[in-house]
Design a protein around this ligand. Structure first.
Ligand code: ZN
Ligand code: ZN
Length: 181
């Protein structure tokens, strides 16, 4: 009979576990809705890879979590706090090998690591700081702290002040009226 194979298939479908059918359908819909379905993996514009993990406390709006976070958490056996940044030793954010990941105590420590790395690359001395005025690196003893984040040469600061005085003559006169003229 011509109709036999078709009937057999429909019988199989009827006998199948209905819950499996639902699961399959759900999964299929997720794929359908996601035009670039690639097994729950994606990248951000900095080349950092993410994995779909909607129940993770640090999942993005789309339900993805950075792989470097997942890898560190797997090693630690617990969730990481937001205040625990992860540094990529070679500064390649797509290299998530265990040996390339360093857990930092704070964002300021992470910032320090990057500052030292920039100094090392720029001048060969990780302890040197950059003068905010002439943009040259120098040993800390040759620089003064300008503000919380930056340093300046004494001489560069004098030049900066002279420039500033020329730019704001009125303001300057007001403060030094007694000595003026
Ligand atoms: Zn870093
Ligand atoms: Zn300078």
């Amino acid at each position: 009979m011509n109709g036999l194979p078709a009937r057999k298939m429909s019988e199989d479908a009827q006998n199948a576990n209905p819950s499996i059918g639902i699961e399959r359908k759900k999964h299929y819909n997720v794929r359908e809705n996601n035009g670039s379905w690639n097994g729950g993996k994606t990248h951000d514009n900095r080349g950092r890879s993410l994995t779909l993990n909607k129940n993770h406390p640090r999942a993005t709006h789309e339900g993805y979590v950075f792989d470097h976070i997942l890898i560190c958490e797997k090693v630690l056996g617990r969730f990481l706090k937001k205040e625990t940044p992860i540094h990529h030793v070679d500064c390649n954010p797509s290299n998530n090998q265990n040996t390339n990941l360093v857990l930092c105590d704070s964002h300021s420590y992470h910032g320090l690591l990057h500052r030292r790395l920039r100094a090392l690359i720029a001048c060969g001395h990780k302890d040197w700081e950059k003068c905010r005025e002439c943009k040259k690196y120098d040993a800390p003893e040759n620089l003064s702290r300008f503000d919380k984040k930056s340093f300046i040469h004494k001489n560069c600061n004098n030049i900066r002040m002279t420039k500033w005085r020329e730019k704001h003559p009125e303001y300057w006169k007001k403060f030094y009226r007694k000595e003026g003229d």
